[in-house]
Design a binder for this molecule. Structure first.
Ligand code: FAD
Ligand code: NAD
Length: 465
């Protein structure tokens, strides 16, 4: 097989890698991308997209079941709704397929060469790819490591048998009768809620004292309340100890307390993801590490000249949109543009019920940073749109500097608030002050009006609350 020489080689075609390659190609950089599994990476094939598809299907089914049970105040009646999970999964796979083909099309359009196989560094400028037809050697002036992450396994509860990863949960043929979720973070709560709505009896086992410890308690309270309404059992401050000797159960314990046996058909372990730093020849390089992730600077440069790293392999926050932004920046940098990381905030959204969105600093984090702050909070129970959608739990909150009213953070918890992430992030990136948000006409009736009202409230002149 003839060796390939190129200016830029990207290893891994997840959101970080494929965006980097597309942007580089658009800028006329001779680019090759290597992918060992499927274009789109974790996000498109076993992460963001399939999980949101299942969350949506679960919500539709749950609503139908509530209507059938007579719990629908809209006057809709239904009888005995059923779900065929095999069909649901096939629909989800169709959406994934359309998106991954879209990525292939975009890479082709940008004239990026795609090589399928496992890439391994042989030195800082050369990579050998094990392809179906043999070893492909690729030499590049610049190389981007975008190999992503993998689920963390618990030593006491290795994956296998009833103990499954999120990837397996997103491909189940049947709804498990009893599902235990170990880890009440992003994946555990998103998928745990979805399976509860699909009909599983769900128990969440979380080691910390509360769910979603990443977000402040005020934001997570409505989510915990809703889990209760859905019949999800939540155990906090509890550790998973391992499978019971007589199968079909998980043993858990709180501190030194006696072990408790929880019967289960499936045990979904979602205790975090680890950067994928093995399998691509790291030993052949002299990369500085930052704990378990590849160390990078503000421009995603590693400790070796000409080698960059982006996305989950560089550690937290492991979010697709962060990986994409890094990929775009590195492509422009390699193309000779002056670029650096100039973002003020990376939005975080948790697709629970209700959803949580957080951009910038919470009031507590802002105060910890030494700022004197103004906080304005507006409840969705006073928002017409939320009320007419029958989902008015939650609120929008703004955090601003007390002296000049510069926005430091915006958060919301409520139904469909994920879509407000764009407005919140734009306000922060543009350096908006409370007066800018208060002076913007927000369309009525929309959830976004709660952002307007929260800013008015922080200014001491709320109109509707
Ligand atoms: P990845 O998407 O992991 O892609 C890395 C790619 O590199 C993979 O395709 C892999 O096959 C390939 N690769 C690895 N090693 C090699 C090698 N040696 N040779 C060739 N190819 C290689 N994030 C969000 O922002 N929003 C969400 O809603 C969200 N939901 C999620 C739900 C789930 C269930 C999971 C698991 C994750 C979710 N995430 C979400 C996280 C998101 O998927 C990741 O942050 C994102 O995929 C990281 O992108 P990446 O490009 O760094 O890596
Ligand atoms: P996570 O870090 O969000 O949550 C892990 C949870 O497991 C934490 O609450 C932690 O306290 C708990 N935990 C750790 N060890 C435990 C133990 N032994 N027993 C019980 N609980 C334990 O991790 P995740 O849910 O696996 O998600 C991985 C990453 O994927 C996230 O950090 C996020 O970056 C990304 N993701 C993002 C989204 C989104 O943006 N909507 C969705 C899914 C995943």
């Amino acid at each position: 097989m003839k060796d390939i020489a190129c200016k830029l080689l990207v290893i891994g075609a997840g959101p970080g890698g494929y965006v980097c390659a597309i942007r580089a190609g658009q800028l006329g950089v001779d680019t090759v991308i290597v992918e060992s599994k499927r274009l789109g990476g974790t996000c498109l094939t076993v992460g963001c997209i399939p999980s949101k598809a299942i969350i949506h299907a679960a919500e539709e089914f749950h609503k139908a079941r509530e209507s059938a049970a007579g719990a629908n105040p809209l006057g809709i009646t239904l009888s005995d709704p059923q779900i065929d999970l095999t069909k649901t999964m096939a629909w989800k796979d169709g959406a994934v397929g359309r998106l991954t083909s879209g990525v292939a099309g975009l890479l082709k359009k940008a004239k990026v060469k795609i090589v399928e196989g496992v890439a391994r560094f042989t030195d800082g400028k050369t990579v050998a790819v094990e392809t179906e037809t043999g070893l492909q050697i690729i030499r590049a002036e610049a190389i981007v490591i975008a190999t992503g992450s993998a689920p963390v396994a618990l030593p006491s509860l290795p994956f296998g048998g009833p103990v499954i990863t999120s990837t397996q949960a997103l491909a189940l043929a049947e709804v498990p009768g009893r599902l235990i979720v170990v880890g009440g973070g992003y994946i555990g709560l998103e998928l745990g809620t979805a399976f509860a709505k699909l009909g599983s009896a769900v128990t969440i086992v979380e080691a910390e004292s509360r769910l979603l410890p990443l977000y402040d308690a005020e934001l997570t309270r409505p989510v915990t309340k809703r889990l209760g309404e859905l019949g999800v059992k939540v155990l906090t401050g509890v550790q998973a100890k391992g499978l019971a000797a007589k199968g079909g159960a998980l043993l858990v314990a709180k501190g030194d307390d006696k072990e408790l046996r929880l019967d289960a058909d499936k045990i979904l372990v979602t205790v975090g993801r680890r950067p994928l730093v093995d399998g691509w020849g790291r030993d052949e390089l002299a990369l500085d590490m930052d704990g378990r992730s590849v160390r990078i600077d503000e421009q995603c440069r590693t400790s070796m000249r000409g080698i960059y790293a982006i996305g989950d392999v560089t550690g937290e926050p492991m979010l697709a949109h962060r990986a994409m932004a890094q990929g775009e920046m590195v492509a422009e940098f390699v193309a000779g543009h002056k670029r650096g990381w100039d973002k003020r905030a990376i939005p975080a959204v948790c697709f629970t019920d209700p959803e949580i969105v957080s951009v910038g600093l919470s009031p507590e984090a802002a105060r910890r940073g030494g700022a004197e702050v103004l906080v304005g909070q507006f409840r969705f129970s006073a928002n017409g749109r939320a009320m007419t959608k029958l989902d008015d739990d939650g609120f929008t909150r703004v955090v601003a500097r007390a002296d000049n009213h510069l926005l430091l953070g915006v958060q919301a918890v409520g139904h469909d608030v994920s879509e407000l992430a764009a407005a919140f992030a734009l306000a922060l990136e543009m350096g908006a002050r409370l007066e800018d948000v208060a002076g913007t006409i927000h369309a009525h009736p929309t959830l976004g009006e709660a952002f307007h009202e929260a800013a008015l409230k922080a200014l001491g002149r709320a109109l509707h609350g």
